[in-house]
Design a protein around this ligand. Sequence first.
Ligand code: SF4
Ligand code: SF4
Ligand code: SF4
Length: 162
Amino acid sequence: MSMPVDQSRRALLLGRPGSGGVLRPPWAEREPHFLDRCTQCGDCLSACETGTLIKGGGGYPEVDFSRGECTFCTACVQACDAGAFSDPEQDAPWSYVATISQACLGMTGIYCRSCGESCEVGAIRFSFNQYRVPEPTVEVDACTGCGACVEGCPAQAVKVGP
Ligand code: SF4
Ligand code: SF4
Ligand code: SF4
């Protein structure tokens, strides 16, 4: 006898958007059919040049920015025979942006510009005040959510997410 499916519980287990914490690969976060189509084969993980994709809950791919950034190379999309991703030529990769917490060294009076030096698009700006060390802020319109700023932060103050 088949049991009725509790959709909200299934969503929680599989990490549907809004269920908290799970970061899907680029061109997957906004693809509504990603979890239905993904066969958990792991081909996207093997294709990822930076190793930022990991096998997450239920065997589905997730992004772990502590391992590396996303270069938006689209190798993961091209490796997927199941057609689980959306079209990189039509769609934005995701809605992710970086945020910086109060754990940032600059906010505790210690000089650090590591995240800004990692950001190729210059989305992290630092305050100027001759009496204080610089403090970073993220320009969300410029941030691509690539995650390059995450790994180098000595205070684990940078998070990237929706
Ligand atoms: S776009 Fe490239 S770097 Fe980004 S997750 Fe896919 S394979 Fe990895
Ligand atoms: S790398 Fe981390 S500690 Fe350093 S300025 Fe950026 S957020 Fe702050
Ligand atoms: S996620 Fe990428 S684009 Fe955004 S602030 Fe960090 S390094 Fe810059």
